[in-house]
Design a protein around this ligand. Structure first.
Ligand code: FPP
Length: 264
């Protein structure tokens, strides 16, 4: 079914939405703030934990969709530094879910030649979680085609401060010059060498960045949806990508087709 700009997407099937996508301009890197698990559960009279469990099902479906679309880098904000303030039982369940996720996906990472790439203060995770996170990261480190980056005990400000401290150490040790540019600074971030996200999705109606990838999202397109994370599935991914493809990414330049003279 052809799509006209005035129509809503509501009546379109997933196949229709898929056929509207321009394969040439898909994002290379999509990042996601997965919010709304607790509200999803409380709307159903369930414990928050049930929302996180359903959220994990959504993670797997969404990652599968990006794989099928050929989007090579996906980043998920699974646990922030601020999340340590949650009740101990909820933290423990999130760690258990992370381990379940890794045990479920381990084989798939190998089959799909996907690097599992954790970022954040990993030493703050419980020892058994750390061991599994490091093991899966190590055994998939040689894959270059696809990356699933997962932010754990992550905070964007502390990442920048940590990078700065390591840079200072290198300057004092004579391993770095006393003046650095953005390209050199980027090498000290946990995402060194990876392209910045083209698209950042946040679910659940909140329009905040919440200390996520602060340096890396300087020119990222932001997409906020009211859908709660456990309900965010294949169709929602397609809608986000179609919205992204309507954007004119200018990176500070003039719009396409407008000459500087016309703008003055
Ligand atoms: C925010 O929802 C979500 C989290 C803090 C955790 C995200 C975890 C998952 C999606 C499941 C596990 C995923 C992996 C990859 C292991 P919230 O609890 O803040 O929701 P609320 O704002 O409605 O309370």
């Amino acid at each position: 079914m052809p799509l006209h700009s005035t129509q809503s997407f509501a009546e379109f099937t997933e196949d229709d939405l898929f056929s509207q996508l321009d394969q040439e301009t898909l994002p290379r890197h999509v990042a996601m703030i997965m919010d709304g698990n607790g509200r999803w559960a409380s709307q159903r009279g369930l414990p928050r934990i049930a929302g996180h469990r359903e959220g994990l099902i959504a993670v797997r479906e969404v990652l599968n969709t990006y794989y099928l679309l050929g989007i090579p880098i996906v980043t998920v904000y699974a646990f922030s530094q601020e999340n340590w303030k949650r009740p101990q039982a909820e933290i423990a369940l999130l760690m258990t879910l992370l381990q379940e996720f890794l045990l479920q996906e381990r084989q798939t990472f190998h089959e799909r030649k996907t690097r599992f790439f954790p970022i954040g203060l990993l030493h703050e995770l419980p020892a058994s979680t750390q061991d599994l996170v490091h093991a899966v990261a190590q055994e998939t480190a040689h894959f270059t085609e696809r990356t699933v980056m997962i932010a754990l005990s992550y905070g964007g400000r502390s990442e920048i401060v940590d990078a700065t401290n390591r840079l200072i150490d290198d300057i004092q040790g004579g391993r770095a010059s006393k003046r650095v540019d953005e390209v050199q600074f980027e090498q000290y971030l946990s995402t060194a060498g990876l392209p910045d996200p083209d698209l950042l999705i946040r679910t659940s109606g909140e329009a905040r960045i919440s200390n996520f990838l602060l340096w890396q999202i300087a020119y990222t397109e932001l997409y906020f949806t009211n859908t709660l994370w456990p309900d965010f599935r294949r169709r929602d991914v397609l809608l986000a990508l179609l919205d992204y493809q309507k954007r004119d990414r200018r990176f500070g330049r003039l719009p396409h087709g407008v000459s500087p003279q016309n703008r003055l």
